[in-house]
Design a protein around this ligand. Structure first.
Ligand code: AHR
Length: 315
């Protein structure tokens, strides 16, 4: 009897394993705390749903991502998650996935390919994020003159392009606010610091800078260090506004060293797997864009509490 039950359980277990959907995930790398959290959440979401996730880290290289997607196609996976490092150059490999009838879901960044080549994209309105950051600054400075330095994300990536556009939209018509320097910091803390050091040097030791706009929190955290090393007070002498809402920026906000951040949820995989499940089960086509929320947090929004709530979440 026990033996029969065990045998049935083994068959069931085998049955489950055999029917588990396999999803390939081509991740950009681990350039930021936000990216690390997205990877963790994706792995957790897959595990919770019994999905077998094949993970590939592209180390910031598009050619590695293309090779990973080709390898997923060759394996015949049930779907592919792609967080595209840059926006261009995806047509050929997406056509190959479409020919193999493997649905592709874009995570957090967009591509310039025809939308028919992917099932859906999960992400925030990246232009809106830049607008929210810009509007915050407009309200903070009022009519005072404000020379802004900008740390851009990875060149050619959709968040770098769109967050710049959004910020520029928000400050348009406010002639007292001007972006005086703008350079990529590649979404990393180290490059954010190095580029900010150069900005400070070029701008009278920082005395001529009113605000920093960074396309992500990691670059802002690096820049905050540079501002402190230059003998200035980040958050006071130089306002600091960025995007992501990672724990470290809340710590900086709690210490008065950063002013605001716009949240980007790292849980892109939840909505992506929901859409895929409906597609696998009933062929349901999701909308082409599944939008996540973009919420502004300032020093008035309990930054210490936000830090405590987020610190164990894989950032
Ligand atoms: O594509 C989302 C951006 O990529 C995040 O804002 C940034 O931290 C990451 O590297």
């Amino acid at each position: 009897m026990t033996r029969t039950l065990l045998a049935s359980a083994a068959v069931l277990a085998l049955g489950t394993a055999a029917s588990a959907q396999v999803v390939g995930f081509s991740q950009i790398g681990s350039e930021s705390g936000w990216r690390a959290a997205e990877t963790t959440v994706t792995q957790q979401e897959a595990e919770a749903r019994g999905i077998q996730l094949q993970f590939s880290d592209a180390q910031q290289k598009q050619e590695n991502q293309i090779a990973a997607v080709r390898s997923f196609i060759a394996q015949g996976v049930d779907a592919i998650l792609l967080a595209p490092v840059v926006a261009t150059g995806w047509d050929a490999v997406l056509e190959e996935a479409a020919e193999a009838e493997i649905p592709v879901v874009l995570l957090d960044r967009m591509v310039d390919s025809d939308p028919s080549l992917y099932l859906t994209a999960v992400g925030s309105d990246l232009v809106h994020e830049g607008e929210v950051a810009g509007q915050y600054l407009v309200e903070q400075v009022g009519g005072e003159p404000c020379r802004v330095v900008e740390l851009q994300g990875t060149t050619g990536s959709s968040p770098a392009i769109d967050r710049k556009t959004g910020f520029e939209n928000a400050i348009a018509g406010h002639d007292n606010i001007e972006i005086v320097r703008s350079q990529t910091g590649n979404f990393t803390r180290a490059e954010g610091k190095t580029v900010m050091e150069a900005f400070l040097q070029a701008e009278n030791g920082g005395a001529d800078i009113c605000a920093l706009y960074a396309h992500n929190d990691d670059m802002a955290v690096g820049a905050i260090q540079a501002i402190k090393e230059a003998g200035l007070k980040p958050g006071e002498d130089i306002l600091v506004v960025s995007i992501d809402a990672v724990p470290d920026i809340f710590q900086a906000m709690a210490a008065g060293e950063a002013n605001a951040t716009v949240e980007l949820t790292p849980n892109m995989a939840g909505p992506a797997f929901d859409a895929l499940q409906a597609y696998w089960d009933a062929g349901t086509e999701p909308p082409k864009f599944i939008q996540t929320e973009s919420k502004l947090y300032t020093q008035a929004d309990d930054p210490q509490g936000e830090y405590d709530r987020r610190k164990g979440l894989g950032y």
